[in-house]
Design a protein. Structure first.
Length: 419
């Protein structure tokens, strides 16, 4: 039982952080013995922590304690007797606090006059309490240190909880802002492309001498304008597509597509670039495959992006190959493999995790040799996932790379929308 010698630590030991009174700590005493309430109040009469006194609340049964808890969710500590109106009234109250009220902040200290009734280990684990004391242990000094420890734990918990709430709010606002940004960019297609298409159209008219004769210097300048405009149009298209996917505004139009025609048209599209660099193009198609179910425009976009990248990063005289095959895994799932292999510069192992991230280029300096927005592979990755597949890369620095897109053969597509 609490003795008459009440010892208190110096103010510095109580970890006071402010000279201004900031209110009080609520402590709920739950016990069916009036004497316990009186002695506890007396022992902690001059107690102070963080320049805040204790405000005592009293309950003489588990039922009364639960009612007080309902009305005071900001109670910091409860000194909870186990045996009151029933042998497990305290345990029922502890369970009510944690499970029904979902209050994880309050520090629950069980104190009992019959420690054998509820084993300490069981009480600590099964009822999520913070401390377990027998009433005979509670000298004034032991009570003081127990309350100090409990309040420090309560303060740390509530501070962390407040930080988590602020973090959740910040994340929610960030997600909202990001979605608004993506929606804005996705809706900017017409506004961005219309003036650029006008510039390209007028450039073509000048190049065709519809407004009069031009000299060779002017023709070279117009060619530069046209090439730059077309490049900018490609960058805008990639940026808008990525934004549409991130905003959940991109819908796939799935149709049955002939694989041979699809692959041949993609090779024809990038053939001129390959010829300029004297890069040898080749293709191999599995005889077991004739058609696939995809969004033809988007799947063409995937293959052209991969082929264009392969040509861009392959030195003159190199090779780029497109292979399409059917493979069945051990779980009997069948996948169509689209592999684009090159003899280019390759990718360092440390950079493999970066290549599918948007707006990131491995050669990212201002004086980099290769043009691009860093969106191509990110767009490939997102479009493949929309189709229910995935893409990966194997590469050796200085020897080349192989990008492989795996598409489920049938019945394994994801939702056609990203939310």
């Amino acid at each position: 039982m609490i003795n008459d010698l009440i010892e208190f630590a110096d103010e510095e030991e109580i970890d006071q952080t402010s000279s201004q009174d900031l209110g009080s700590w609520k402590v709920l005493i739950v016990d069916d013995e009036v004497e316990i309430h009186n002695i506890t109040r007396l022992a902690l009469e001059d107690f102070s922590f963080d320049n805040k006194k204790l405000q005592f609340l009293s309950a003489y049964s588990g039922k009364e304690a639960r009612q007080i808890m309902d009305e005071n969710p900001d109670i910091a500590v409860t000194l909870l007797d186990v045996i009151m109106e029933s042998d497990d009234a305290g345990l029922i109250t502890a369970k009510y606090i944690r499970e029904t009220l979902q209050n994880r902040a309050i520090r629950i200290i069980l104190r009992t006059g019959q420690p054998g009734q509820v084993p300490e280990r069981q009480a600590m684990v099964d009822y999520d309490i913070d401390d377990y004391k027998t009433k005979t242990e509670f000298t004034s000094q032991k009570l003081f240190t127990t309350i100090i420890t409990a309040l420090r734990s309560y303060k740390a918990y509530t501070t962390l909880e407040a930080l988590n709430i602020n973090l959740e709010r910040t994340n929610a606002e960030l997600l909202r802002t990001t979605k608004l940004k993506d929606e804005f960019l996705a809706n900017m297609s017409h506004e961005l492309r219309t003036p650029l298409n006008a510039i390209l159209g007028m450039t073509e008219c000048l190049h065709e001498e519809l407004f009069g004769t031009i000299n060779s210097s002017q023709e070279d300048a117009l060619e530069t304008i046209r090439n730059s405009g077309e490049h900018l149009l490609e960058l805008i298209a990639d940026m808008l597509d990525v934004s549409k996917i991130m905003a959940g505004m991109l819908k796939l139009d799935i149709t049955t597509v002939a694989i041979a025609n699809l692959c041949s048209s993609c090779l024809e599209f990038i053939q001129l670039k390959a010829l300029k660099k004297q890069i040898q193009l080749s293709m191999s198609l599995s005889p077991d495959l004739e058609v696939i179910e995809v969004d033809e425009r988007r799947w063409r976009q995937i293959l052209i992006n991969l082929l264009d990248n392969a040509i861009k990063f392959t030195p003159s005289g190199g090779k780029v190959r497109l292979d399409v095959s059917l493979k069945t895994e051990q779980n009997s799932r069948s996948w169509i493999y689209f592999s684009v292999t090159d003899t280019g510069i390759g990718i360092a192992p440390s950079d493999h995790d970066k290549i599918f991230q948007p707006f990131i280029q491995i050669d990212g300096g201002l004086s980099r040799k290769y043009e691009g927005s860093g969106l191509g592979l990110a767009l490939v990755h997102q479009l493949v996932e929309l189709h229910g597949g995935y893409v990966d890369c194997t590469s050796q620095l200085g020897e080349g790379s192989c990008f492989t897109v795996r598409l489920p053969l049938k019945g394994q597509k994801k939702s056609l929308y990203i939310i």
